[in-house]
Design a protein around this ligand. Structure first.
Ligand code: G6D
Length: 329
């Protein structure tokens, strides 16, 4: 029977631990509504496949790690957007664009937490109210991030939101993974299979251009599965229409895999590089190429490019988006 316990530690202050009947342990924290561990029983020990920080203080320095990102994940080009002929200016926190909601995005906020258990699952419902105009985004937004672990080894995050005024909303979870259990090992020999025949083309500043590019014959071709190798990624993969699952990441020893199903139309895959190398993480010092972030979401730039769908949230239609990792071990 899955259980959830509120705990307190010197390193993290108040946090939550969800355990299922197979020995999986999911750690959750209200700062940034983030995961802080995802430990799977392998060969008699717990292998933590989440690349995270040692303390909550470290998370405040590296606040994207495993956090809920919003209200708009990715980049808003030029740090402004138009809704109903009104221009809204958001914060230019990276190269003149708004990255991950600006200087104090959802990852850097303290969320309210409420534990729950039901049937064969348990977890935490994080809630956050974002007032109209906060960091440039219109609308009084009520957001929920529901993190769940089930007894059949499914780890999910579900985002829900309402607004009283038209706004943009495109959250994600910015989970970083290394299925060896240590970020000191590179992810080069992880196998990645993605049901995406296209990626969204990006500019040098990683904003999207509105075009999509076929992956065939490119470094983005993971359709039949391939080792990540030394490939650097920071790209939105457009999940194939009707695909049952978006992707599967498999550990080099084959003993662990994460298989993602998502209602999101895209998954941004970001591989860490020299910028993160040397950072002291919970399970070791980050190697170059030590982690891969898997971020299900609407395509960044959708507010400009309607061919990617819509990330507009209106008062008459609440938002809901769920992503589920099947934990294989
Ligand atoms: C870099 O461009 C990437 C982002 O996509 C990523 O989320 C961030 O690092 C952690 O800015």
């Amino acid at each position: 029977m899955a259980t959830v316990t509120k705990l307190d530690s010197k390193a993290f202050g108040t946090y939550y631990e969800v355990k299922n009947e197979n020995g999986v342990v999911l750690g959750l924290h209200p700062f940034g509504a983030r995961a802080i561990s995802l430990a799977l029983p392998v060969d008699g020990t717990l292998r933590d496949v989440l690349v995270g920080c040692k303390t909550i203080t470290d998370y405040k320095e590296n606040s994207y790690y495993n956090a809920t990102i919003g209200p708009v994940a990715g980049r808003i080009a030029g740090a402004q957007f138009e809704l109903d002929e009104t221009i809204y200016k958001t914060e230019a926190n990276q190269k003149g664009n708004t990255l991950h909601g600006g200087f104090v995005g959802f990852d850097a906020r303290n969320w309210e937490a409420q534990t729950f258990t039901k049937d064969n699952e348990a977890g935490v419902i994080f809630t956050l109210n974002d007032p109209d105009g906060n960091h440039g985004f219109p609308g009084n937004l009520a957001a929920k991030a529901i993190y769940t672990l089930t007894d059949d080894n499914q780890y999910s995050f579900k985002f829900e939101a309402t607004t009283d005024k038209k706004t943009l909303f495109n959250p994600t979870n910015h989970g970083y993974y290394n299925l060896t259990g240590s970020p000191s090992e590179s992810i080069d020999t992880h196998n990645l299979q993605i049901n995406a025949h296209f990626v969204a083309k990006t500019n040098d500043d990683v904003t999207t251009t509105g075009e999509k590019v076929a992956v065939a014959g490119t470094k983005f071709d993971f359709v039949t599965g391939a080792k990540i190798g030394e490939t650097l990624l920071d790209d939105p993969f457009l999940i194939d229409e009707g695909a049952q699952k978006a992707l599967t990441l498999t550990a080099p020893d084959g003993k662990v895999a994460l298989s993602l199903m998502t209602q999101a139309p895209a998954v941004v895959i970001y591989t860490t590089g020299t910028g993160e190398a040397g950072t002291v993480m919970k399970n070791g010092v980050m190697a170059n190429h030590g982690a891969v972030a898997i971020e299900p979401q609407g395509v960044p730039g959708t507010e400009i490019y309607p061919q990617f769908g819509s990330i507009t949230l209106t008062a008459d239609k609440p938002y809901t988006m769920e992503s589920t990792f099947k934990l294989i071990f």
